[in-house]
Design a protein around this ligand. Sequence first.
Ligand code: SAM
Length: 193
Amino acid sequence: MLAARGHEVTGIDPAAAMLDIARQRPGGEKVRWIDGDILAVGTAECFDLVLMTGHVFQVFLDDDQVLAVFSSVRRHLEDGGRLVFESRNPLARAWERWTPEQSFRTIEHPAMGTVETWHEVIDVRVGRVSFRTCTRVGGQNKPTISQSTLAFRDHAEIERLLHKTGFADVSALGGWDGQSFSARSSEIITIAR
Ligand SMILES: C[S@@+](CC[C@H](N)C(=O)[O-])C[C@H]1O[C@@H](n2cnc3c(N)ncnc32)[C@H](O)[C@@H]1O
């Protein structure tokens, strides 16, 4: 969408399959795509805005990883540039709805037919949730299972990590449509400068 509006956009993901889908989206042909992470960006290149979408922030489990990501982003921001990303608010406890019953979805795929998908939580610890995503294609007996662990950090914790890496001005919204942030927001959209 940003590229279609005339912005110069670079998209980064270390999953080739995700990039294949992204390239086919409207405006995708106008984006420079990089298969890798932020370390694959030229050291001298700077951006006005760095966006981390799709809750990717939550895959960084250790604070050291987060600090390394924030430091890399800072090196690639123009003066006054912003880092914006979302993370699920731990107080909204989204994982309690990641049960097979509540998360079950059926998708009609043009090539693969009926695809069924659901989540199952395996373990909940302080600030960490491990779960399986099960996918069954075309009535297969056994689903394909992918296991993930996500970190759930609250706004204060995110702010602390940003301040540690030199981001001075940190604010939050409660959704991508600009809703104000409250303790009950399902999302924490962080904006850091
Ligand atoms: C839930 S998916 C979201 C996909 C897509 N970006 C979107 O917003 O719809 C999270 C994505 O983060 C990617 N990812 C994981 N580690 C990453 C990293 N260090 N840098 C950039 N992307 C990463 C994964 O490959 C995956 O495609």
